[in-house]
Write a new protein. Sequence first.
Length: 520
Amino acid sequence: MRGLPLLFVAALIAAPPAAAQPRPAKLAEHGLADAVAAGRLDASEAAGYRLIVRRAALELKKLPPLRAQELSGVIADVAAERAAYTKPRALTLFSMLAENASYWGTHAAPADGTDVIAPDGVLYRYFPGHGLVFHPLGNFALLNNTVSAGNIDQAQVLAQALQARAIQVGRADTWEYHFPFAGGTAPWTSGMAQAVAAQALSRLGDRLGDDALLAAATAAYRAIPGHLLQQLPEGPWVKLYSFDSAVVLNAQLQTVLSLGDYARVSRDAGAADLATRLQAAAAALLPSFDTGAWSLYALHGSESPLNYHEFVVGLLKRLAVRFGDTPWRAFADRFTLDELQPPLVHPGKPLAPLYPDPQDGFKDDAVIPFYVSKLSRVTLQVAGQAVTGSYGRGWSTIIWSPGLRNPGLYHPQLTVVDLNGHRVELPLPAVELRIDATPPELTASVEQGRLVWHAVDPGTPSLSMSVRLARGAKHRVLDLGDVGLNGARRLKVPPGRWRAELVAANSAGHARVVPLGVLP
């Protein structure tokens, strides 16, 4: 601080440190207070939720690190929406927090995607880093299954809990996801979840003769044409995520079936028309989801994981039963056959020899190409080493770093295992390792004060070059540094006549000397 005015220095010393950001639990409490002040929550409701936050904060201190990390993630997600606590949103968020505080006190982390049913019948799904999250699609799928099983009392309890968590947007009811996902920030909604909600609520309402449930189904449906559709040249396509325009096959097929059920029960002509147009768009684009060996999860995207591929097969079979075989049965059969076929694997072209000794970053590693017809686990084995990764259809490469192995021929082999466990082993072209043991081939001349050189050395990326000058007992060295194998450089030769020679060493240290004659 030398040279600063004394008053300024004193002010810097006396200035208090910046206030630390409150912890997420405190932020959630602030959000509850703001919601009461704004009239969005009653004081008694907020008091109950505040107790949940404080109990979760106390539980957090008792948990081992990995469980604490999960509960901490839930508290952070709840606090992130503190500016928008309303009655249904706060119920969803703080009920979710209470379930997590209870669960993590007695459970280790389950497998990703595990479902947990709370005492009120609500389903929570595990997402690493976010704990057990309220999952609208999972809940309405559970409601559908419960109705199908004839457990009507249980279905009524779940339907009541879900209706209490509905967010009204105009005349529509939506159910929100309250954690960030795939680049989207919370809260977000899903067109597929809304369609299943309309289906499940209408089926239960029809079973009970309950007009209120049928009205709730209609409110769930209204969210889809409102903001959960995108228009493609082939027709409308449902948005799986409100924040994303990915054209996802399973979401469209499920929505066609769910809206068809809702429209039939509710006699909603608009929903029936939309389901027909969604069906036509799906039929038009269905061939574009076929790679010839597997299904695509999203249009122009990556291949489906096994569970989604099988989910699509099941949806196509249901569509075939409902609407006739073409094209649904044909693609169901094709995708089923994909599961029975091993992957096709092709080797790439043979590689040029490598020069891993010396380790100079040039021709040290083998970039081994191969083709695989569908998403698979690929292992390259060579010289006792194994490199494994997951690779989708098409041409890919695996890098093998031999290090300072003995020169000679090495024989790589690929082992490819697809999502259904079909295994293919394929020998690849041999890889030759060499040692750069000779100096570069080099020609050089000096023309009008410019040194021009041309070198050939397959094992080196550059040359370390210098020009040695001699005149009687006097000697000079012009260091040219690292240069390319071919080039030109103006020489700064001291006054007088000098006998010159060019010295060029490759990265292995082997040098070639070329006489340049007498330089003026």
